[in-house]
Design a protein around this ligand. Sequence first.
Ligand code: HEM
Length: 507
Amino acid sequence: MAFHLILISTLILFLTAYKLYQRLRFKLPPGPRPWPVVGNLYDIKPVRFRCFAEWGQAYGPIISVWFGSKLAVVVSTSALAKEVLKEHDQQLADRHRSRVSAKFSKNGKNLIWADYGPYYVKVRKVCTLELFTAKSLEALRPIREDEVMAMVESIFKDCTDPENKGKSLSVRSYLGAVALNNITRLVLGKRFTNEEGVIDEQGMEFRGIVTNGSKLAAGLNLGDFVPWLQWMYPSLEEEYLKHCARRDRLAKAIIEEHKLKLKHGVGTKQHFVDALLNAQDQYELSDDTLIGLLWDMITAGMDTTAVSVEWAMAEIIKNPRVQQKAQEELDRVVGSDRVVNETDFANLPYLQHVAKEAMRLHPPTPLMLPHRASSHVKIGSYDIPKDCIVYVNVWAVGRDPAVWKDPHEFRPERFLEEDVDMKGHDYRLLPFGAGRRICPGTQLGINLVTSMLGHLLHQFTWNTPAGMKPNEIDMAETPGTVTYMRTPLQAVATPRLPSHLYKRVAV
Ligand code: HEM
């Protein structure tokens, strides 16, 4: 017992001395005072990006936050975001992996959690050249449009059901379904649900894996940031391993189905799984990498799109003027004897600005994903030591009053006055990040979000539930890497086109 106490005190003393040494040696950004051992871990409020933005108000646009003994630096302005994602892009392009993301990714054998280096460059090249080319995105367009129409059909069915007259719908449930079906079809070539919305056995397993993965990933513990306390959390290790084995089993079964089809010459469609199988030998991709990439696309591409549309719809319902203006544009360009499709986007600038404005105010991943310094750099005249975690608070950047007029106002017209790029070229608007680690699914994400919004607005009018005023919609967020609305959006949908335009013609 005495020995343990001496050991723990020595460790605490050692760590405190080390922290002091770091602070004296480096000019670290200012921030809230850290406690011994736990740092600021227990001062961080659950909705982290808001907490960091508040601290930014008190300490400045670049702050130090101690996650236990691990230093993180958070930047909150466009100018500093540019320093991180452009000027020092290469030195800050590694990833900080928590214990769970390290386990899930087999220490970075995928894209999302890989450090920057030859392996990352190779895998990123596979994504750029084999998965996200303009040609393959175009080839998969019918799937996206089919799924969006399936959503429209089910909303129509529910809101015209006499039993539901005047009742509100949970918008998220429809968006969740379209995002799930879209991503599983694009990535795995699978639609796990049938026409009636009944999910098959493999789909149940898929859903179980996704839910379990989110549950395990959400659990933050001190062991993540204070390595010598990891022994206190041993049981999770087993859970992680079990989860990975379950995930690999399902992916392997699906890969085998595709291999068989490819062998018989019937699997040549450009679903991601087929494209990766075709590219596997050429790029020398291991099975772990292939499986890792498939799950990357599913985890990164599913909730982000649904969440973006839910936030956008909340803003649209709060701002009836915007809804009316978007519908006038859709009626003028598309008319009322057909439905909108992706080829109309070029003629629908206001619709595109609505999507952009929603992502400015509500980027679905407000802190992006954690970057890590591979060497010592200086940002905004402060030292960023090697191994420091770096967050860009893109939520705060999108509301920075120094670069946005009336930053809290939802006003898509601002992009008519000045077109601001959101694909990583303009550091005022970064929902997809920028630089080497920019989201590879940017164009796909934009297409999906714009398409869902286009259909929802062209085919329905949206109102708050009876008795609720637009400004009573709860615009608070949930904690987590992907930020949902805390209260799922409820709205009343009223069809606005002839009824034959609500039928899905399955592809
Ligand atoms: C509205 C939709 C989406 C948004 C807002 C979004 C946003 C982001 C952001 C902010 C990052 C992190 C960038 C960084 O850390 O520097 C990211 C990474 C990533 N996204 Fe997306 N994303 C979306 C849709 C998609 C889709 C549809 C896919 C694929 C099907 C996808 C695949 C990925 C992958 C694989 C990464 C990791 C890239 C890397 O680490 O190098 N995303 N995304």
